[in-house]
Every structure is written in C-alpha cells, then in structure tokens.
Design a protein around this ligand. Structure first.
Ligand code: Q46
Ligand code: ZN
Length: 321
C-alpha cells in the first residue's frame, strides 16, 4: 500500500522557518515540535541515528555490520546513512520469490548497490528451503507470514555469522505497533525481549535496530531527500496484517497528541531496563544443521523435514495411482 507523505511545504498556509538556519522549512516534525529545511533535516536524522547507536552501544567503527535490506525506505536508508557515517557495512537481501514484488524489490536493491558501491549479498529462499515460501505455505497449509518469519530469521542469523552485528531497519512505528500488540495480548516473553538490542550469545550475533526512535515518515523523507530509489509497495501478504491495524490506531493517536509514539516506546524501554530481565533460555546445537536452537532440531530444519515428507507422501500417492 503506497502512502503519501506530507511535507510542510505542501501546505500553502504553513510558512515555517527552519529552527536551525532560519531559511524556508520543508519538513515539519510535529512529534519534536520543530520545522527544518532539507539540509538540516538530513543532519538531524543522521545525528539521531548516531546517538541511538552510541546510547545503546550497538556497534563501533571497528565492527563489521550486516544490514538486512528489503528494498524499502527504512533498510536502504539505514544502509546509506551508516555508510555515510563511516561504519563498515554490507547489505543482505533475501529473495522471497513472491509474485512480482520480489523481482521489483531485488531490482531496487541491485541498483542501490551499484549506485552506492556497497556490497549486498543476495540469498534465495528456494535454494535454502528446496521450494518457495508460497509453495511451502500451500504444501503445509500454514500461514505464509509465519513460515516467512521462521525462514528469514534463520537465514539472517546464518548470514550474520561472518559479521559482528546484524542491523535491521525497524522504525519507531514498527516497534510501537509491536509493543502495542504485545501489551494487548500480554505477551510477557516477547515484552522481556523487545528492545533496540538483542545481545549476542550461544552462536548468535548481536541484533540491533538503529532506527527504533525514527518515525516512518522521517525515513521516507530522508530516503527521498538522499535520492534513494526504494520500493514503495508492500509485500502483497502484508495486507490486512494486524500490525498495520495497530500502526493505524497509533497514527491516529499521534495526530491528536504528537510525540505519543516516542514516549510510549521510550518509556517502555526504560521500564524494561529497570524491571524486566529476559529469561536465559539454554541453547544447544541443532542436530541437523548445527545452528543454535532451544530444542533438538531447529525450526528451519523441522520445516524442511515436513516439506520433504509431504513431497514423499505425494510422490507415493501419484505412483500408486
Ligand atoms: S512476512 Fe508476510 Fe512479510 Fe514475508 S510474506 Fe510478505 S508480509 S515479507 S514482513
Ligand atoms: Zn537446523
């Protein structure tokens, strides 16, 4: 679903001046109660990103950071900004093979890699799983997004092995919507783990979300101003997702009370740091692939096994006929 982003300049009645330099403002950030010109907005965006990285000790200039990129504004904007700020970055894209959406995403990712001269590794789900996500969902009659989540998590963790940190483009709107969902359903385990940093350990690399305090509107404006050609459409399976409903609800609250999202999430992180301790779940190595897991076999290998047994069952059925 394509969204339209509003710039202050698109309202003839709004004559705002940049808080920093006094020239004509083009970006109005109601949640921060400031208006900025293009150049100062870009600086503001990058400064806050840097502050978030440092405040949560996400990584340093000596670390190699793998940025997971979908082809959208958040992840490409993050990779671009981190590179500009002098971090050692590379991108990682998972080709999902979904309708025409995946081709269009890959085109954007490849064009970005050429233009920015940054390495972006591409991995296809089909090679890793033996079939596409859509085929897996049809064969196992399971919701596509839950399979997709399992596969993406596994592949990302595996790809991050050669790096120090794995960064994703989750923004303030994503994180606030996740928090709302976790609170509404009182998902204690998820609440304990929801944060801008997931510590490394037992074979997993540290996972970080440097855009946790940056609104989706701001990443869209940044990507536009920095000339990033990103994919605007969302995955067709995202339509009707509960997370989008939560984002809309929070968006309406934000309209009435600017700054609510940032206070909601920031307040939770503070509370979590003081009162919630994520439980230490002992991990062992998957007996099939050797990757860390809580059980004997990891979810990805279980999925592969189920798909293989389905294929064998249908082959037997056909050969009997
Ligand atoms: S989970 Fe579902 Fe997303 Fe995968 S199938 Fe598309 S909407 S891409 S974040
Ligand atoms: Zn495994």
């Amino acid at each position: 679903m394509a969204r339209r982003w509003r710039f202050a300049g698109s309202y003839p009645e709004v004559k705002l001046k940049c808080r920093i330099c006094g020239s004509k403002a083009e970006v109005h950030l109601r949640s921060h109660n400031i208006a900025l010109c293009r150049e100062d907005f870009v600086k503001f965006f990058e400064r806050r990103l840097l502050r978030t990285v440092r405040r949560f000790r996400m990584f340093g200039h000596q670390d190699r950071v793998l940025v997971a990129v979908s082809g959208g504004k958040d992840s490409l904007g993050l990779l671009h900004a981190l590179k500009k700020l002098g971090y050692k970055v590379a991108g990682y894209h998972i080709y999902l093979d979904i309708d025409g959406y995946s081709e269009r995403s890959l085109e954007r990712v490849e064009a970005f890699a050429r233009m920015e001269e940054v390495e972006i590794r591409v991995e296809g789900v089909e090679e890793a799983l033996g079939c596409t996500i859509v085929e897996a969902s049809e064969k196992l009659r399971r919701p596509i997004c839950s399979l997709c989540g399992t596969v993406k998590r596994y592949l990302m963790n595996r790809a991050a092995e050669e790096f120090d940190v794995l960064a994703t483009g989750h923004n303030l709107d994503d994180e606030a919507a996740t928090l709302l969902g976790n609170l509404l359903h009182w998902q204690e385990g998820y609440l304990e783990r929801q944060g801008p940093v997931l510590k490394e350990g037992d074979g997993f690399r540290r996972k970080v979300k440097p855009l946790s305090f940056t609104a989706e509107y701001e990443t869209a404006v940044y990507a536009f101003l920095e000339g990033i050609d990103y994919i605007v459409e969302e995955c067709p399976y995202a339509r009707g997702a509960t997370s989008i409903f939560y984002k809309d609800v929070l968006g309406r609250i934000e309209e009435k009370m600017p700054g609510t999202k940032i206070r909601f999430l920031g307040g939770f992180y503070k509370f979590r740091g003081e009162h919630l301790k994520p439980m230490d779940v002992p991990l062992r190595l998957c007996t099939m692939c050797g990757y860390p897991t809580t059980g004997e076999v990891c979810n990805f290998c279980k999925l592969k096994e189920r798909l293989n047994s389905r294929t064998t069952e249908s082959e037997q059925y056909i050969s009997k006929k």
